[in-house]
Design a protein around this ligand. Structure first.
Ligand code: AP5
Ligand code: MG
Length: 190
């Protein structure tokens, strides 16, 4: 079972993936977290940090090897939750190809839909308690802009497929989670 979560910064991808991963017993793969883990003094670490800190997407040729290495881990054999991937149409095509090569397909694509003012409010609130370097007003605006320009086309890529679902992310975390569970259907046991 492979489930993709797509949503703008602050939509609740991480919050919901953590809950669903625990519920389903499959790993939660956040490309944001995988990329943040590469931050160090190496050339790659500095390159990735430059993109994250500016709120821009890291290049596909950096992200894809990191993700596919993680996906090839044994714990992903029964599926995984993808948080923040794919983030552009090229990544969506690469994911389809990667899964097709393994005789797999996406089970569900969940779009967490949240309004801009609520997203900004959540991220500025988080900035007071967590140390994400990209949770500043300027970088949040840049991340939202990148979502609309580069990631929104991924929604169009999936929209006509029968496993695409829009989730109302403006509800409480519990209500969002219930709505997600209501769409799992057979996926939960496959
Ligand atoms: P990433 O780490 O994925 O960040 P993001 O997409 O900007 O999203 P966030 O993690 O900020 O928000 P979220 O949707 O996970 O919400 P959360 O649950 O935390 O990516 C960071 C960077 O890495 C990118 O900018 C890019 O540079 C790079 N990157 C990542 N993937 C890449 C890719 N595929 N290709 C290239 N580059 C890539 O919730 C946010 C806050 O709201 C929390 O405080 C939470 O408690 C609260 N909250 C959650 N749900 C609710 C709710 N229902 N009601 C009220 N508050 C809520
Ligand atoms: Mg997140």
């Amino acid at each position: 079972m492979v489930i993709v979560f797509i949503g703008p910064p602050g939509a609740g991808k991480g919050t919901q993936c953590r809950r669903l991963a625990a519920h389903l017993g499959v790993p939660h793969l956040s490309t944001g977290e995988l990329l943040r883990d590469t931050r160090d003094d190496s050339d790659l670490g500095r390159l990735v940090a430059g993109y994250i800190d500016a709120g821009r997407l890291a290049p596909d040729d950096v992200v894809l090897p990191i993700l596919t290495k993680r996906l090839s881990n044994e714990d992903c054999a029964n599926g995984c939750l993808l948080d923040g991937f794919p983030r552009n149409v090229n990544q969506a095509e690469m994911l389809d190809q990667y899964l097709a090569d393994r005789g797999q397909r996406l089970d569900l694509v969940l779009h967490l839909d949240v309004g801009r003012q609520e997203l900004i409010k959540r991220l500025l609130r988080r900035a007071k308690t967590e140390q994400r370097v990209d949770d500043t007003e300027d970088v949040i605006a840049k991340r939202l802009d990148v979502f609309h320009r580069q990631t929104a086309p991924v929604l169009d890529y999936y929209r006509d497929q029968d496993h695409f679902v829009v989730i109302n992310g403006m509800q409480s975390p519990d209500e969002v989670f219930s709505e997600i569970l209501s769409h799992l259907g057979g996926s939960e046991t496959s």
